[in-house]
Design a protein around this ligand. Structure first.
Ligand code: ARG
Length: 408
């Protein structure tokens, strides 16, 4: 794609025709998962990596087939590390933790990493490094107790298997990107990579930041752009009330939104993000887990003439319709049978990625939810996700839209 054909970056809804997206093809970081570390690394099992890659390639092909430009995070990372010394320093500083490694090993390791080629550094920053993989000389200059006392399979640099879920480590609001502040230790470092890519890769030159220098946790899976100027933010296991409040103030001050709905969600693994219980499939339609349909509520944060007002809580569906300026938000249920609905919610049946208004990508396994969407005139493009799904994330989690057309 030539520079002239590239879509202008910016996203102001969940469903405008998708033009460009950031994905991460799962790589060696998934090969780090073991039965001992998978819980801590937020995977429910050990994915078969080759198959996960095939499934992901098919997902990327579906997007390309619909005219979407697919940018791969590892390529952007390598290109950034090749051209920017500052990006290298930033990536290394975030990965080498002296509190864990001690000063001797941390200094030697950082010096070593400064000298490795960009492709290799990119691989280390994503897949991590074990003590066995430390180059022989590292830590030898100054004796390191840490090196002596660690098992060879322990991580010097932790792997980032959840990088696959590009939705969470950055998101766009209008013409700006936001680097998130991830809540759990296993994912915190992901944002250092998205941060250095957006800061230094030429593709993003001149693009400004939203939610700048805020530290309260906000994850992209909790942020739904319901309509231009209207954002819903899930508050639960990941995004905190302080995070939602800080995001609201920041988007208000930057003129990116006039209303933010803070939506409490249960703090459980099954509903870790708002997009696990509902996603938008059309400009006035959501697919939603029926168990939360009648109980989901929202605090409405509004901005007018420089003043912030908070109302509610009220039923989410009503608050959303009012904020969006529509009569009613149409709801498609995940499944009416409780057991089916619970299973399909767990398997990311609600986690759809809109390609255009009324056209979504969904996991094929959620047969009932997909059939229900089709019965409501939503076009469903099915993808396989048996291995990808073991990290508990669906098509929406695996994609960070960079460009969508405004709604007509
Ligand atoms: N937007 C999402 N729902 N992302 C899913 C992320 C899944 C990932 N394993 C985690 O626990 O963080």
């Amino acid at each position: 794609m030539s520079a002239r054909e590239r879509p202008a970056l910016g996203v102001d809804t969940e469903v405008g025709t998708l033009r460009a997206v950031l994905l991460h093809r799962p790589g060696d970081e998934l090969k780090r998962l073991t039965p001992r570390n998978n819980d801590q690394l937020l995977f429910d099992g050990l994915p078969w990596v080759d198959r996960a890659q095939d499934e992901h390639d098919a997902f990327a092909d579906v997007l390309r087939g619909h005219g979407v430009e697919v940018l791969l995070l590892a390529d952007l990372l390598t290109e950034t590390l090749t051209t920017s010394g500052a990006a290298r320093m930033q990536g290394i500083a975030a990965a080498v933790d002296p509190r864990k490694l001690g000063h001797a090993l941390a200094e030697d390791l950082a010096a070593h990493l400064r000298g490795v080629p960009a492709v290799e550094l990119s691989a280390i920053l994503t897949a991590g490094m074990t003590f066995d993989e430390l180059p022989i000389g590292t830590g030898a200059a100054t004796p390191s107790l840490v090196r002596l006392m660690h098992h060879g399979a322990d991580f010097v640099i932790d792997p980032l298997p959840n990088l696959l879920f590009t939705r969470d480590s950055s998101f766009w609001v209008g013409g700006r990107f936001a680097i998130t502040s991830l809540a759990l230790a296993a994912r915190v470092r992901e944002a250092s990579l998205t941060d250095l890519i957006y800061a230094h890769h030429p593709r993003f030159r001149g693009v400004r930041r939203a939610y700048e220098s805020h530290t309260a946790p906000v994850e992209g899976g909790d942020v739904l752009l319901l309509a231009p100027g209207v954002i819903a933010v899930g508050v639960g296991e990941r995004t905190t009330p302080a995070g939602a409040e800080a995001l609201a103030r920041s988007v208000f001050e930057d003129g990116l939104a006039h209303t933010v709905l803070a939506v409490p969600i249960e703090q459980t693994r099954a509903s870790m993000h708002l997009d696990t219980v509902l996603t938008m499939v059309d400009s006035d339609t959501v697919v939603m887990y029926p168990v939360v349909r009648d109980t989901l509520s929202a605090y409405t944060i509004r901005y007018k003439d420089g003043l912030v007002a908070i109302g509610g809580p009220e039923p989410f569906l009503e608050a959303a319709a009012v904020a969006m300026g529509i009569d009613k938000l149409r709801v498609i249920d995940t499944g009416l049978d409780h057991v089916v609905a619970e299973r399909e919610q767990w398997d990311d049946g609600n986690n759809t990625l809109a390609l255009a208004p009324g056209v979504v990508v969904a996991y094929e396994r959620n047969a009932e939810t997909n059939a229900r969407m089709e019965a409501s005139d939503i076009e469903v493009v099915r993808i396989a996700g048996s291995e990808l799904g073991s990290g508990r994330g669906g098509p929406r989690c695996m994609a960070c839209p960079l460009a969508r057309d405004p709604l007509g």
